[in-house]
Design a protein around this ligand. Structure first.
Ligand code: SAH
Length: 265
């Protein structure tokens, strides 16, 4: 994948237009390099405008979500709690799901996919122990919600989605919400994104049958990866850490249920 630089809104918009036009001709394929839908830059801070017309009920629902679903279940990291309280989850769900946006559940986002339960998003984020200088990879962009949470805590995020319309929608949504440090790619995340590797942290938000070797290879020494591994109905969330010498340790964190990590056709 060639690095494409974009500075400011006009360039990003132009880039999106180019990416969309090019999309008609290309299909996602196994090892083909991912296609850039939104180009972020680590040097660009988030310039998110306050969410428009966000009413008090949504803010109250979100505060209650943090208290009763996330803090109450043991998430202690102050930065994670603060970000979960600030990012407007209702902006990431289809309009007919806005009223359900702060419920204790995954929600449908179309194409048979879901936005993860808020607690799981917070839990995976906490386990990654992000630092402001971290370069992060997410597999399974979906709505873009987890990418936004990561982008608030890290230097920048590269996120890969295999379903093109979801990748396009997430790229548009993240741009509209003012995220300038997220790169959205369309492609098969099994292979990660070699051109932006290595990563301080990797999070996979779809369940794999095994840990993809390319993702392990793209993890920095000292890096952390959270990934659900297992069969359709019984998966475990694993935390894989690579030490300074490249030695891996794996911890089994908890049983989870994610949609499957599919492969390029
Ligand atoms: N993180 C998302 C939720 C992810 S749901 C959010 O915050 O909304 C899992 C997503 O992984 C789905 O959108 C699915 O299409 C995507 N996915 C599945 N297999 C994939 C693959 N091989 N590469 C990239 N994305 C994949």
């Amino acid at each position: 994948m060639t690095a494409i630089r974009a500075n400011g809104r006009a360039a990003v918009t132009r880039l999106l237009a180019l990416a969309f036009a090019g999309a008609l001709a290309s299909q996602a394929f196994a090892a083909s390099p991912p296609e850039v839908l939104l180009q972020g830059e680590a040097s660009q801070r988030n310039t998110r405008r306050p969410a428009v017309d966000e009413d008090r009920r949504l803010r109250d629902d979100r505060a209650a979500m943090v208290r009763t679903q996330i803090a109450a279940r043991g998430i202690r990291n102050e930065a994670v709690l603060a970000i979960m309280d600030r990012v407007p989850r209702h902006e990431f769900v289809p309009t007919d799901q806005v009223r359900a946006a702060y419920q204790d559940a995954p929600l449908p986002i179309g194409h048979g996919q879901t936005i993860s339960q808020p607690y799981i998003v917070a839990y995976m984020t906490e386990m990654l122990r992000l630092e402001p200088r971290d370069h992060v990879l997410e597999i399974g962009t979906g709505s873009g919600y987890q990418a936004a949470i990561l982008a608030e805590l890290a230097k920048d995020v590269v996120t890969i989605e295999i379903i093109k319309p979801l990748a396009e929608d997430a790229a548009k949504r993240l741009e509209r919400l003012g995220y300038r440090n997220i790169t959205v790619l369309h492609g098969d995340g099994y292979f990660g994104s070699e051109s932006a590797a290595p990563y301080d942290a990797i999070v996979v938000t779809a369940a794999a049958t095994h840990v993809p070797p390319p993702l392990v290879a793209q993890l920095k020494p000292g890096g952390r990866m959270a990934i659900p591994v297992g069969e359709t109905w019984a998966q475990n969330l694993l935390l894989i850490e690579k030490d300074k010498d490249g030695k891996l340790t794996t911890r089994n964190l908890l049983p989870v249920r994610f949609v499957p990590l599919t492969r390029g056709r």
